[in-house]
Design a protein around this ligand. Structure first.
Ligand SMILES: CC(C)(COP(=O)(O)OP(=O)(O)OC[C@H]1O[C@@H](n2cnc3c(N)ncnc32)[C@H](O)[C@@H]1OP(=O)(O)O)[C@@H](O)C(=O)NCCC(=O)NCCS
Length: 166
């Protein structure tokens, strides 16, 4: 069953925090960061866009993205999170498709996603890989000893990413 996709409002702030924490993947400060970004977005900061996936009025997942500072039409996908109980039912795919659709419609060229090399992020890395994301870079030991930063990217330009040199 597909969810309805719409903005995340003040009323869903506590639920967003809870479902982010309940994934069991994120450190406390990372959960706090997700909520801070929502607050900034609700105050009108267009650097952070939120889209929620709802079952009725119940928030079951969300994505957060925004323009990457200092780039021409590159965007960061900062967060994509689905309620543990609803994972593997297509909600994440639905969110990701819609985010990419909106980015393309706004002329964005490249999506960047940062994740971790940790074993518990294996399904997350697989999720991106099967949706056309390439493992573009790794920074060894970035998060902690043995916990690398893994950067995935997706070209939204149908292969015209290199373009003409500026
Ligand atoms: C990564 C994440 C967002 C994916 O969301 P999701 O809703 O579980 O993703 P989907 O259900 O769309 O797809 C995941 C798998 O479910 C299965 N699936 C998808 N739709 C399905 C359906 N209708 N019925 C049964 N299984 C389905 C597929 O096997 C899919 O695997 P694939 O990637 O090999 O195609 C989610 O698992 C999550 O929140 N993880 C924790 C937080 C996280 O890691 N976020 C990213 C931070 S960088």
């Amino acid at each position: 069953m597909s969810c309805s996709l719409r903005p995340v409002g003040h009323a869903h702030r506590a639920r967003l925090e809870q479902l982010t924490r309940a994934t069991g993947l994120f450190r406390a400060e990372e959960v706090a960061t997700a909520v801070e970004l929502l607050d900034e977005s609700l105050q009108g900061d267009e650097d952070y866009q939120f889209l929620g996936a709802f079952d009725g009025d119940h928030l079951v997942g969300y994505a957060c993205w925004g323009p990457t500072p200092g780039t021409t039409a590159t965007s960061d996908l900062y967060w994509i999170v689905v309620d543990r109980e609803r994972q593997n039912t297509g909600v994440g795919s639905q969110l990701l498709r819609e985010v990419e659709h909106r980015l393309r419609a706004n002329g964005r060229r490249l999506v960047v996603v940062e994740t971790s090399s940790r074993a518990d992020y294996g399904p997350t890395r697989g999720f991106y890989e099967t949706r056309g994301y390439a493992r573009t870079a790794t920074i060894p030991g970035y998060y902690a000893p043995g916990d690398d930063l893994v950067i995935f990217t997706k070209d939204l330009t149908n292969g015209d990413l290199a373009g003409a040199a500026p």
